[in-house]
Design a protein around this ligand. Structure first.
Ligand code: SF4
Length: 312
């Protein structure tokens, strides 16, 4: 069996920064550190931090008054920031700057009187945060059919924004439909789907034709990981999204000669290594890394932590 190992894969700059932020906060302040939602959408990472004293919460009321609260990489709405201030929580903001960029675009369009069409997945943490910037004038669409059903005030200008971790192809289909229906619709100055999402999708798109099976390391609630598996399936190749090699069903590998292994932006390299070790041990797999693109993006720690570090 041959394994093609996709590069780039796994952690992006936003996830690296969020993880380093929580690591640093635990070292500087000690547990517990409350984290609003999962720090990143990955079971392995969340379990590890839970063991080290992070407490993941879905309601701010779960964090005692005055305690330390970290916002995850997916960002939060202004309403959550206001509630945190009311509870006098000491906040650390690990929102990915590329998510913040979309928030700022939403604020700008809202101030200029636009109706904002946000392309994204209902209920995703990032979407909740972005919609919360301008809830009165934002509508969510998930498909071209949603665009057909859209009812907007014809007196107001229209703009679209997207979640950062969408399928590039799906987003383009929806944007095309929006432009057909609303030829004057404005868009973001630069694309919202982030570099990491695009690069991981590009690698899967280019490498999938060479294999009979794609294994994506990542959690089920990770949007960008789900998109990688979908992309492979769209090319007619079986694909499975797994948190760990333990989830591999040997039947998936029956008659398979070549496997593409990749990982979503929130999946740590250790789960990739475990998967490769399993395939090498059980199937005598040889591993070839194929680098489609190199990444050199790095985000600084949040300013609240930099200040603490400078003072310590
Ligand atoms: S996937 Fe993109 S937007 Fe999300 S944390 Fe990573 S770099 Fe930021």
């Amino acid at each position: 069996m041959k394994v093609i190992l996709a590069a780039p894969r796994g952690f992006c700059a936003g996830v690296n920064m969020a993880i380093e932020t929580l690591d640093t906060a635990l070292k500087l302040f000690g547990p517990p550190i409350y984290v609003y939602h999962e720090i990143v959408h990955n079971q392995y990472v969340v379990d590890r931090f839970r063991n080290e004293g992070a407490v993941f919460i879905d309601q701010l009321s779960e964090a005692p008054l005055g305690s330390r609260l970290l916002y995850s990489a997916h960002g939060v709405s202004p309403a959550i920031r206001a509630e945190a201030a009311e509870r006098r929580l000491k906040t650390i903001d690990a929102t990915c700057p590329l998510v913040t960029k979309v928030h700022l675009e939403a604020v700008r369009f809202a101030k200029q009187g636009y109706t904002i069409v946000l392309i994204g997945h209902e209920g995703h943490d990032e979407v909740l945060g972005t919609m919360g910037e301008a809830p009165q004038c934002t509508v969510l669409v998930e498909s071209p059919e949603d665009v057909d059903r859209l009812e907007v005030d014809p007196q107001r200008p229209l703009a679209y924004l997207t979640q950062t971790t969408l399928s590039v192809d799906d987003a383009n289909r929806i944007i095309d439909r929006l432009k057909q229906r609303f030829p004057h619709i404005a868009g973001p100055p630069r694309e919202d789907i982030c570099y990491a999402t695009q690069n991981r999708q590009e690698a899967v798109r280019l490498l999938t034709p060479e294999v009979d099976l794609v294994l994506v390391l990542g959690s089920q609630n990770s949007s960008n990981s789900q998109r990688l598996a979908e992309l492979a399936r769209e090319q007619g190749v079986a694909a499975h999204l797994i948190d760990h090699a333990r989830e591999i069903d040997p039947q998936w590998l029956a008659g398979v000669h070549a496997v593409l292994v990749t990982a979503g932006a929130s999946a740590p390299e250790v789960v990739v290594e475990d998967c490769l070790a399993y395939l090498q041990k059980q199937y005598g797999a040889t591993v070839e890394t194929r680098t489609i693109r190199t990444e050199e993006v790095h985000f600084a720690l949040p300013k609240e932590l930099r200040a603490e570090l400078a003072a310590s």
